[in-house]
Design a protein around this ligand. Sequence first.
Ligand SMILES: Nc1nc(=O)c2c([nH]1)NC[C@@H]1CN(c3ccc(C(=O)N[C@@H](CCC(=O)O)C(=O)O)cc3)CN21
Ligand SMILES: CC(C)C(=O)C(=O)O
Ligand SMILES: [Mg+2]
Length: 268
Amino acid sequence: MINKVTIKTLQQKKDLKEKITMLTGYDYQTAKLIDQAGIDIILVGDSLGMVVLGYENTLRVTIEDMIYHSKAVTRGSKRAMVVTDLPFMAYKIADISQTVQNAGRIIKESRATAVKMEGGQDIVEEVKATIDAGIPVMGHLGLTPQSVNQFGGFKVQCKEESAAKKLVEDALALEGAGIFALVLECIPAKLAKEVTEQLSIPTIGIGAGKDCDGQVLVTQDMLGILSDFTPRFVRRYADLDNQIKQAFKNYKEEVQNGNFPSLDESFS
Ligand SMILES: Nc1nc(=O)c2c([nH]1)NC[C@@H]1CN(c3ccc(C(=O)N[C@@H](CCC(=O)O)C(=O)O)cc3)CN21
Ligand SMILES: CC(C)C(=O)C(=O)O
Ligand SMILES: [Mg+2]
């Protein structure tokens, strides 16, 4: 029997000061590798709009896109918890019951465990209603990419004292609403440390320094698959971009020069 990662596992890790690990996954094969490597959480992030679909930001991603990719990921994951982003306009809307419907569709059709929502005090009622329906919610503060047009680009957030103070208040409000973990994206390390100390639930950072309870990266970034995307917080653990391109070139050359296929690779 595999010990599945649960909300309780994550809380225990924070309490024991063991780091939580999360990576994004958008397909079956990658999910299987992440799962087998022992990563705690696979995030089906709406970053798939940029990484897989080639959009310039995450705003055009649909609920259908999220369900399609989440279905593939849950098939590949035996131990890791699968969390799926609610996409732009699937929440933060006047009709809260619509938010719960959308979150419920994702859980029901994809078998993900939880949903993630960007926002603070503005979404507390939606977070509460979703949790009341039995759906665990992960929060996300700081650089919330669905608000990119309000930020005027993907920029570090909360450098000013007033914005930092608001982020702490938002974090506490979300914890009060019942979220089980909170992503902190692109904020000063000192602020992330303060939030992590103030909350009893785990924080998971991306560009938020070393003192969060866990870390998350976009898998393609850390594998070096999208080498045109190089924000400061990404560390490359592989250079697959060049390896893959070289393999394609070798294949092309060997087909062209008659080296592939050989007799062994043919049927008599
Ligand atoms: N491939 C990928 N990786 C990500 O981490 C990611 C996505 N896509 N898409 C959704 C959001 C967008 N994200 C981004 C995108 C760009 C920067 C960036 O260029 N940051 C600059 C700082 C710019 C400034 O504050 O002036 C950096 O150098 O880190 C940061 C986060 C994070 N998310
Ligand atoms: C970068 C993470 C936190 C995310 O929200 C995503 O991949 O969409
Ligand atoms: Mg996202």
